[in-house]
Design a protein around this ligand. Structure first.
Ligand code: T46
Length: 145
């Protein structure tokens, strides 16, 4: 789907001096492992069962969503396409670029959703009304075809 992609991160299994498993390490370097400079990080935790979040798009913001613990379902859509991704691993991220509508649901009780963002928080970058989004996104994706 346009303006989204799955990114897989390195999974370094630390073995220390011997051969015993000492856990996993995942490095994420700005502009290398993700396609932008990281300006902001936030995380979403303790989401009660049945709650859905999102229901908006961003005009310019780029983000990578990583479910560090547990799982969460991310539905992304434009007026032309839609996709659903289950984030259930700290080694897998979902990149979401500009003008993509997103909805987050099925947060597991223990889920920790970390988001890396390309810009500081700016409410003016949000489009929260679907009707307004549809008009702007039709223009945006038509032009980039
Ligand atoms: C997104 C999805 C994946 C701030 O004050 N600073 C921040 O950096 C953020 C992200 C939010 N807020 C405030 C704005 C609202 O008053 O926190 C409140 C909850 O934000 P919102 O309803 O937008 O949360 P979600 O979970 O629907 O969406 C968030 C991000 O806002 C959004 O950019 O793509 O996570």
């Amino acid at each position: 789907m346009k303006n989204t992609k799955i990114i897989y991160f390195k999974d370094i299994v630390a073995t220390g001096n011997g051969n015993s498993n000492q856990g996993h390490l995942t490095p994420i370097e700005s502009s290398k492992d993700i396609p932008f400079d990281i300006k902001r990080l936030y995380y979403i935790t303790s989401v009660p069962e049945g709650v859905t979040r999102g229901y908006h798009s961003h005009r310019d913001l780029e983000q990578v969503l990583i479910c560090m613990k547990g799982s969460v379902c991310i539905k992304t859509s434009t007026p032309f396409e839609q996709e659903e991704v289950l984030l259930d691993s700290p080694f897998k991220g979902l990149y979401i670029g500009p003008m993509v509508w997103r909805e987050m649901s099925r947060f597991s009780e223990d889920s920790v959703l970390v988001v890396l963002a390309s810009r500081f928080y700016d409410e003016k970058d949000y489009i929260r009304e679907y009707e307004q989004y549809e008009v702007l996104a039709k223009e945006y994706f038509d032009e980039s075809r």
